[in-house]
Write a protein that binds this ligand. Structure first.
Ligand code: PLZ
Length: 444
């Protein structure tokens, strides 16, 4: 099927009657413990558009949480998937092998920063990649402790929710949590005071002090951080912070891991977010954009670390599923051939100034931040830095009901994120920004 018309079209209220009917069935049949941003049901999607069952064309500023960077139906991806499902859907890479898994590994080894020998392991979800990066780092170092940051998001499994910072809804009632996970303060330039250089130094000093005096550097297996914290509110660390941490890790035999599951693979305007700062992690986790919408995740990095676990120690029934691998080869090719990091930079060039124009004196928008197509606005009570989650919700609701799908985020729930597919057309993006501007205009 060809891509839907790349235009915002509203035929009914959002959600429309057909979506409402399906949602009623959902409410009865499907666990109510899963949230939903906008209770519409989708019939087709591609480029920057989602078409719902009422025929509305919604502009997609969510990408299914930073997944469909190449769009939800990139012709190369759908063709690769179609061909692969006709050949076979599964063998189990632990049982018998196929070339596409090797191709994905080769591509990731080449695309990730660092001119040393690299290897990759494939899994299915982001949380699984994080779980495995912990197993790998512990085996390699013979140490237990894992250091993460405040505002971090790493997943919903027992270990990864332990590593995630925010209590509700991710952790509330789900304890006891996994042991040996320690949390250092994340530098949050908007909410910390002082020059960014001082904030970087201060945050680093606190992390180093905590590791040295409370944990013992010789007990730390890995420091794991998002180079831009996504769910936490698109928090960009001050320049120099990541490099200081990477250096400290190197000096102390600690594996330095960048969780690029949300920020990686072109979204921030470079292939990896760490590249903006020239930081080379020992290991990088990827997922989301990796397979153009199919579930696939990876851990990539130094070959000696990646093969530290004895054969048989890593894997899973579906790890590196062949349909997902075929999709990933196509999606990674599209990412490079269509210069999607360049498209992300173009999105930033168009969107950031428009959003910044809405901030300023007396505004509900305290800060506009982010890189590439990973942008955000933080809402506060005017003239203060008091988080205003209601304002963010009001603007998001306005956008959603006018056919622009937006996501909220942030430890305080007061951030609106823009995570459009990198292939979104400029007219669509401009139209979406007009709607957001009108939404901000509804705030008293
Ligand atoms: N690491 C940096 O952003 C997933 C979570 C959505 P999974 N973020 C979206 C939700 O509410 O469940 C994420 C991430 C970073 C790890 C993960 C986890 O990836 O594929 O959701 O397991």
């Amino acid at each position: 099927m060809s891509q839907p018309v790349q235009q915002r079209i509203l035929k009914t209220a959002i959600p429309g009657p057909e979506s409402a009917k399906l949602h009623q069935r959902r409410t009865k049949a499907f666990s109510e413990s899963f949230g939903v941003t906008l209770p519409v049901f989708i019939e087709s999607a591609g480029g920057g558009i989602l078409v719902d069952v009422d025929g509305n064309h919604l502009i997609d500023l969510a990408s299914g949480i930073a997944v469909t960077s190449v769009g939800a139906s990139h012709p190369k991806v759908t063709e690769a998937v179609r061909k692969q499902v006709e050949r076979f859907t599964h063998t189990g890479f632990l049982v018998t092998q196929y070339e596409s898994a090797v191709q994905v590994a080769e591509r990731l080894n080449a695309l990730t920063p660092g001119d040393f020998e690299k290897q990759t392991g494939l899994f299915s979800t982001g949380a699984e990649a994080i779980e495995n990066v912990v197993k790998i780092s512990r085996t390699y170092t013979g140490r237990d402790a894992i250091v993460v940051l405040s505002h971090a998001y790493h997943g919903r499994t027992l270990l990864t929710m332990t590593m995630t910072a925010k209590n509700a809804p991710y952790k509330e009632g789900f304890g006891p949590f996994a042991p040996e996970v320690y949390r250092a303060p994340s530098p949050y330039p908007y909410r910390w005071s002082g020059h960014p250089d001082d904030i970087a130094q201060q945050a680093f000093d606190q992390l180093a002090d905590q590791i040295t005096t409370q944990i013992g550097a010789h007990n730390v297996a890995a420091i794991i951080m998002e180079p831009i914290q996504g769910e936490g509110g698109v928090i960009v660390p001050p320049a120099g912070y990541l490099a200081k941490v990477a250096e400290f890790a190197r000096e102390n035999g600690i594996v330095f891991v960048a969780d690029e599951i949300q920020a990686g693979l072109g979204r921030t305007g470079d292939m990896f977010a760490v590249n903006h700062e020239g930081v080379v992690p020992d290991l990088i986790t990827t997922a989301k954009a990796l397979a153009g919408g199919l579930p696939l995740s990876a851990v990539t990095g130094r070959a000696d670390i990646m093969s530290a676990v004895p054969a048989g120690g890593l894997g899973g029934t579906y790890s590196g599923n062949p349909v997902a691998c075929a999709a990933a080869v196509a999606a990674l090719d599209a990412l490079v051939e269509e210069d999607l990091p360049g498209r992300a930079r173009r999105i930033e060039a168009i969107a950031k100034p428009r959003l910044q124009a809405l901030a300023g004196e007396g505004s509900h928008i305290g800060e506009v931040r982010g890189r590439g197509a990973m942008l955000a606005m933080e809402f506060v009570e005017p003239g203060t830095k008091i988080p205003d989650a209601a304002a963010a919700k009001q603007v998001a609701n306005h956008a959603n009901s006018n056919g622009v799908l937006t996501l909220t985020a942030g430890t305080y729930g007061n951030v609106i994120r823009l995570l459009p597919p990198l292939v979104i057309g400029e007219d669509l993006l401009t139209d979406a920004l007009d709607v957001i501007e009108a939404g901000v205009g509804t705030l008293a």
